[in-house]
Design a protein. Sequence first.
Length: 335
Amino acid sequence: MAAVPLSKLPMPQLTFLDAIRSGLAEEMRRDSSVYIFGEDVALGGPFGVTKGLAEEFGVNRLVNTPISEGTVMGLAIGAATAGLRPVVEIMFIDFITLAMDQLVNHAAKLHYMSGGQVKIPLTVRVQCGISGTMGAHHSQSLEAWLAHVPGLKVVMPATAADAKGLLKAAIRDDNPVVFVEHRGLYWPKGQVPDGEHITPIGKANILREGDHLTIVALSSMVGPALAAADELAAEGISAEVIDPRTISPLDVETIANSVKKTSRMIVVHEAVEQGGFGAEIAARLQQEAFYYLDSPIIRVAAPFAPVPASPILEKDFLPGKERIVDAARKALARV
């Protein structure tokens, strides 16, 4: 049977959080080997993402764990090697540091070190980012650490539709996928297709076409990038906005084709600038499209400092529309 075009599917309004829950429920109904592990997941988890799932699937498939991220990750890796498709919930990406040995040295390596004999169909959901003045221990964006590890796929949805579609793709993948969801995106609503909706891992999304400038924005920065594009349009500047959706593997081809058209590029992310994934995107584009660039690639990111807890300082710390607009003017020498 031919697939129904996305534009023809019913498109209900769901929050980003509800879209994740919907994706989890659909995959658990489809495949009895899908289990969820994490702290209080049977009760809904810290933000209510898994709320209500235990009533349908039972506490045997939503396994509450001790507050020990390394233990949870090790348990899930073992379950994956034994034939299950575990989904691990780590409350904050800051705490994935406590499970890095299991994730980096075991989950990411077992397929390779077994000569392809062992599959690790593991999905790790981690919540990241700045929202609600939670301070330096609960607000980091560490996706660049994870993207540095061969054997891990890393996805960062920015819309409710992609949250559901990428999660379903991650759960079906036979190797480990880290699913990075931004806390500040949980509650706004967006259109999410009903029915079988899969977003391919490794394919960027062109959200707005333009001719003068390419803006590549990750996760929570997609909204400010689109707002900046609106403001720039009023000045006669046509900006193309691209959401990579996946940072490992990165869809370099889509971004390079855009830069070859526009000749200028800005990369925007919430993580601190030093060592952030924007540097990798810039380096790859220098290789792929150097002779098409008319100005240096500009990174717009947070300063190299811990995330402040003060509401005023947190707001100033975050990159936003104004900084993106300023960077665009500089790229176009309109200062």
